[in-house]
Structures are given as C-alpha cells and as structure tokens.
Write a protein that binds this ligand. Structure first.
Ligand SMILES: *Cc1c(COP(=O)(O)O)cnc(C)c1O
Length: 233
C-alpha cells in the first residue's frame, strides 16, 4: 500500500485518534494510558489486515465461532481480545486464541477458565464484567458479587486479573451513561483500596460514548463502528 493512496479506513482511524486525544487532553491523561481495541466482529479478515497495516495492534471479537478462524488467519503479532459472552463449552478456544477476555461474568466461569488455562499453559488477562445497573438484557456480575469473584481471581494461578468491564444500556442518554461510567470508576476505586496489587483497569466505552468513558478514566475502549463503518448482519 503506498503512503498517499486515499483510504477511508485511514481517515476513520485518524478521526478516532483525534477524538481520543481530545478527550484525554481534557482530563490530562497520556495516550499511553489507553488501549484502543478495534472491534472487528462481522468485518472480514481483509479489513483486519488493512487496519493492522495502518498501525492498529489490538483487535476484539465477540463470538468464538466467528473469531477463532480470523485469529488464526490474521497477522500473528495482533493482540486479540474476546469481548462477548463466553459460554462454558467455548472456554478452551477462548484461552488458546485470545490474550484478553473481557467478559468473566460468574465464579464458575472464572474457575473453569483457570483450570483450562492451566492445562493449556497460558495465563489470560481477564476483566470481570459488571452488570452495574442490573440490566436484564446484559450479562455480568451483580455489583455486590464482584468482590468475592475478584478475591478468588487474585488467588488463582492461571488468570491475570486486569480490571472491570461494563456496557451501558443501549437506550441511555449521555447524562445517564456518564453516571454509569462514574459508578464503575467508584466501584473500581473501592476494590483497589482493598486489593492494592490489582491493576484495576477499566474496559468502558464504545463508538457512541468512548469520550465519556475516557473522562471517567477508562483504559481500554472497544471501538467498532467508528473505525470500520456499519457491520454486515
Ligand atoms: C460490538 C461491541 C463493541 C463495539 O461497538 P461499536 O458501537 O461498534 O463501537 C464494543 N463492545 C462490545 C462488548 C461489543 O459487543
């Protein structure tokens, strides 16, 4: 690919970078404090390869069946994130192919993950998914269940607890979403006071709301549409 050929993908990546930098500037945070996870679900492998050539390093998939063939075929220096609901019978594939799993939503899933990661000799980085507003349409731990699951995660040898993940309800306006992100940040701060060795990173923010998430301190933003345009269904 020549440097000057016009590329809508290049423009969209640049536009997302501008949005990130502006939001970080307002909160005096460095670009290094944030990882942009390019959500490539329902996008073809060619898009992943092109985005990787343009400098993106972290990619996210939300389904094992769709994601694993893409992981296997894509450049092998990509860091892969699993961001969707993880079924128990897909745990082995998840730990074999994804460095990060953002969606640990039960104690039993955590324990199964640790056992299988031990067998596969890996140590995936994990986020505990919190159903912060008890949204019936979302997976995730009840906020009060997070502490015992985190305590267990920190005692296990084959998972690396990185932080908390949350997804606000689809139909919420920006005011309520801000409250959601700030609530997640508070929960993280409370937990980190009790578990000082836990990194306590936040995986919050998607195309519509990642600036708000960055202002609330998010460290991993999961962005699909703003980078790749609408998904095929
Ligand atoms: C699809 C998805 C995203 C990306 O959503 P966009 O609005 O396209 O940026 C982020 N996180 C999760 C968990 C997703 O399923």
């Amino acid at each position: 690919m020549t440097i000057n050929r016009p590329s809508p993908l290049r423009d969209r990546i640049a536009a997302v970078e501008v949005r990130i930098e502006r939001a970080l500037e307002e909160s005096m945070r460095s670009r290094e404090s944030v990882t942009l996870v390019a959500v490539s679900k329902r996008q073809p492998l060619s898009v992943i390869v092109a985005a990787h050539e343009l400098g993106l390093q972290h990619f996210g998939e939300s389904q094992i069946q769709e994601g694993v063939p893409k992981v296997k075929a894509a450049p092998d220096d990509i860091v892969w994130h699993f961001i969707g609901h993880l079924q128990k019978n897909k745990v082995r594939k998840a730990v074999k192919h994804f460095a990060y799993i953002h969606s640990i939503d039960s104690m039993s899933l955590l324990q199964r993950l640790d056992g299988i990661a031990a067998e596969e000799r890996v140590c995936p980085k994990i986020f505990l998914q919190v159903n912060y507003v008890l949204d019936p349409d979302k997976f995730g731990l009840h906020p009060e269940a997070v502490r015992p699951v985190l305590e267990t995660a920190l005692s296990l040898r084959h998972v690396t607890p990185v932080g908390l993940m949350g997804i606000p309800p689809l139909d919420w306006g920006s005011e309520k979403i801000r409250g959601f992100f700030e609530g997640m940040e508070r929960l993280r701060d409370e937990l980190r006071a009790d578990f000082p060795d836990w990194p306590g990173k936040l995986s919050l923010g998607m195309t519509a709301d990642f600036e708000e998430a960055l202002r609330a301190g998010s460290n991993f933003i999961r962005v699909g549409t703003a980078l790749f345009g609408p998904r095929s269904t």
